[in-house]
Design a protein around this ligand. Structure first.
Ligand code: ADP
Length: 398
């Protein structure tokens, strides 16, 4: 074991690859970058290194050539991958099904299983599999570790994991609530406990991961007991382009009376709903600007977003029988003070009081509740890549 050890973390999506070279022990990210618009006419590779940003534009045929270009860019700044002390490649895998809930060393069998789970996550797992294949080719002697987004929610109690549908259908097709963003919820809940100087096993908490995708979780003494995303990452909160909860009858109606196909409905739910569907913008900063300019649609989108959030906070407060901490994380959760204020407004009777000054000022990991608040309200920046790097390092060192 050496403190110079690094882990290459790869998050491979359908048309992009995010990567970081991280020292798992110190938490330092030596390099990070992004390959995007793979397969489109104008691709882009970006590398952050020593406070500098390098960029290369041009067609990127496929994931393989994308990762190769990223490796070349790293070599050009004096850090070729084979000489970067990489002890493992950690892969973010969206769906682990019922089988995978621990960081797992990837061999041919595991790769095949992850591929088979593509039925459950057709938008994500195939791209994750490509990421593993490409990394295996690029670094054939380095162990590949799969870290699953569903893993932390493996512990959901049956009443929280079960949909009330025909049990035979559910069994045959693996229909249950899996939950996603697990790496973030786990990492943030552990940091939150540290900020409070308590063990995760001593406290009950709610974590609100509000990024482009968004989900909430209820965590009792370190164990996830409920979460808003379900069989897919479509359920629950309002997101950038996904609307979260919807009466399934709406989809039947659109199919029967509007002649929408399954693909039409898929596109509606994944890409034309949420903030974008209601206001025409999915980026929270753009939404806020429109609200300031008096845009009523943007205002309604914001109000629906906050309404759904409050509804789940209420549900989880009851499920947990009160909480010690409520923590905001991810792009919106870390930066949008108005969302934090409005999500927890008027909850004094539940012991939840935000301090406006702490909420609006300050940066990084911090407490934003008033001293009089019996529930600690926190902001904790998420770092899924570091969590994956540490999981991967732990596994290969064990
Ligand atoms: P992803 O799910 O893609 O990882 P992020 O966690 O990066 O997403 O969150 C992206 C969201 O965070 C976007 O809606 C973006 O507008 C929002 N966001 C980022 N910075 C700010 C800010 N300063 N104020 C409000 N929203 C922000």
């Amino acid at each position: 074991m050496s403190s110079d050890d690094t882990v290459l973390v790869i998050n491979s999506g359908s048309s992009s690859i995010k990567f970081q070279v991280i020292e798992p022990d110190s938490g330092v990210a030596r390099q990070s970058g992004l390959v995007e618009r793979i397969g489109e006419p104008e691709g882009r590779v970006v590398l952050h290194h020593d406070g500098e940003v390098l960029e290369e534009v041009g067609r990127i045929e496929d994931h393989r050539s994308g990762l190769r270009k990223a490796a070349e860019l790293m070599a050009s700044v004096g850090h070729p991958l084979p000489e970067s002390g990489i002890i493992a490649v950690g892969h973010r895998i969206v769906h682990g099904g019922s089988e995978f809930y621990e960081p797992t060393l990837v061999d041919d069998r595991v790769l095949k299983e992850i591929s088979t789970l593509s039925d459950l996550a057709p938008l994500h797992n195939p791209a994750n599999v490509v990421g593993i294949e490409v990394a295996r080719d690029t670094l054939p002697d380095v162990p590949q570790v799969a870290v699953f987004d569903t893993a932390f929610f493996h512990t959901l109690p049956m009443p929280a994991a079960t949909y009330a549908i025909d049990r035979d259908v559910a069994r045959e097709f693996g229909i249950r609530r899996y939950g996603f963003h697990g790496t973030s919820h786990q990492y943030v809940s552990e940091r939150a406990a540290k900020v409070l100087g308590r063990g995760t096993d001593e406290i009950d908490q709610i974590v609100l991961h509000l990024g482009n995708g968004a989900s909430a979780s209820a965590i009792a003494k370190g164990r996830a007991v409920d979460t808003t995303m379900g069989f897919t990452p479509l359920e629950g909160l309002v997101m950038g382009t996904r609307g979260g909860d919807i009466d399934p009858g709406v989809l039947l109606h659109l199919s029967r009376t509007a002649g929408m196909t399954v693909d039409d409905i898929d596109a509606l739910l994944n890409r034309r709903s949420g903030l974008w569907g209601l206001s025409g913008v999915n980026d929270f900063r753009a939404l806020t600007e429109r609200i300031s300019a008096g845009d009523q649609d943007a205002q309604l989108a914001y109000d629906v977003y906050v309404h759904r959030l409050r509804k789940y906070i209420g549900a989880y407060l009851i499920e947990l029988g009160g909480v010690d901490a409520i923590t905001f994380t991810a792009g919106v959760g870390e930066n949008a003070a108005s969302v934090r204020r409005d999500a927890l407004a008027d909850l004094e009777m539940f012991g939840i009081v935000i301090d406006d000054d702490r909420n609006e000022n300050g940066q990084g990991e911090r407490r934003i509740s008033a001293d009089s608040s019996s529930v600690a309200v926190l902001v904790v920046p998420t770092n899924e890549e570091l969590a994956i790097a540490r999981d991967a390092a732990r596994l290969v060192r064990s």
